[in-house]
Design a protein around this ligand. Sequence first.
Ligand SMILES: Cc1cc2nc3c(=O)[nH]c(=O)nc-3n(C[C@H](O)[C@H](O)[C@H](O)COP(=O)(O)OP(=O)(O)OC[C@H]3O[C@@H](n4cnc5c(N)ncnc54)[C@H](O)[C@@H]3O)c2cc1C
Length: 445
Amino acid sequence: MEKETDVIIVGTGAAGLFCALQLPESEKITIITKDDAQNSDSFLAQGGICVLRSEEDFDGYFEDTMKAGHYRNNRDSVEMMIRSSRGIIDLLLGYGVEFERRNGELAYTREGGHSRPRILFHEDITGKEITGKLLEQAKKRGNIAIYEHTEMIDLLCQDNICYGIVAADRWGKVFPVQAKHTVLACGGIGGLYRHSTNFAHLTGDGIAVALRHGIQLLDVNFVQIHPTTLYSKKPGRRFLISESVRGEGAVLYNAKMERFVDELLPRDVVTAAIEKQMELDEKPYVWLSMERIAKEDILNHFPNIYQRCLEEGYDVTKECIPVVPGQHYFMGGIQSDLDGRTSMECLYAVGETSCNGVHGANRLASNSLLESLVFARRAAKDIASENMPAEQKSGIQGNAAELFLPENYTDKKKLCQENKEMVRQEIERMKKEYEQQHNHDVKCG
Ligand SMILES: Cc1cc2nc3c(=O)[nH]c(=O)nc-3n(C[C@H](O)[C@H](O)[C@H](O)COP(=O)(O)OP(=O)(O)OC[C@H]3O[C@@H](n4cnc5c(N)ncnc54)[C@H](O)[C@@H]3O)c2cc1C
């Protein structure tokens, strides 16, 4: 692996790959990933990707996003995401992504928190369809090199300017990679939780390096719990039962087989209702029934969910399945502006690792793939403008590798363990701080 590049991107999810594809082909781009290239949460996305269908839906889409986010969203980010959505879909179609169509026209589905259908989908494997096609494109580009099982363990930085990363390869060899621009696209934090829908290797590494180097974070107290993951006694990643199942008519039942909540309320509200119900029922799950959806629709729209449940012993066309809430998404992250810039020069953050406030306190279903793509593209454009401080330019011409001190990385395992603990503690600290502030605001009226 070359130790100097123009742009180093950490992560082969939708955000990292799209950023790479949107950069000029004259840039030398290196992408690394901790695992196999297709092992990212982007590949797991089931439900779909939102889009502004027509100008007439702008206010509705904006309001749904704000309402789900408890109005703690950054309005400029929300507007930017919605306004850019059609252009993003056109680019995806150009890369060969296929969405469900009816009579030749794009078909839209609906999920919890949406006042109308505005979600494009590909069966129930939309993330695989989109990210797989992006990966295919990236592999074709002569200017993009992808290294699997290569992990970022630190940043190369000085005086708040980023000069690249410190990486470890699959054999544990640690080395610096110098770059004019560094993009963190390293996803969420599910690997820090016992029950999560995320890949276990997603452990908030971007957040950890940000904490180590005083890079600004935002909203790290906002962690989304998905209301419906398939209940299982087995350890490991929880299988998600997409919200679009409820959007298409599935309902929740308590132990007495009675409905107890409006299933299309935003995620956090449904989660709270399920948790309360589990306590009342003294059960570790509630039931989800797909009996109101025609068998043919289940098999066409949700083949992956159907198959996976069958493997777990449930035929969703005939019986209810047990579901339980699980950690799903991280609304907070490294604070970024609308161009993905962080508080450190030449360092960008995009996708789930970043936070520009677009989701507020709670993400609206199917907004995250879109958000990842919109702001990854904007970051690529900003990088292409070659806007960088003089020190950075001379740092590359000089030897930024001197910033790499091998003695700091002799025990990589310990460092990674410390990183995880640091992120956990920061989330807990910020949650407490937020609750205190919230209680104070309520008391003061
Ligand atoms: C089960 C499931 C279903 C979902 N369904 C939907 C949906 O229907 N619609 C929607 O909009 N969103 C959905 N989401 C959310 C969405 O998939 C993610 O938020 C989004 O894809 C994040 O993309 P990303 O590129 O930021 O991160 P990811 O796709 O998670 O990619 C992160 C990448 O960073 C790499 N990485 C991490 N740390 C390091 C490190 N230290 N060094 C090197 N590499 C590293 C990982 O290996 C990976 O390649 C779903 C999520 C899950 C888990």
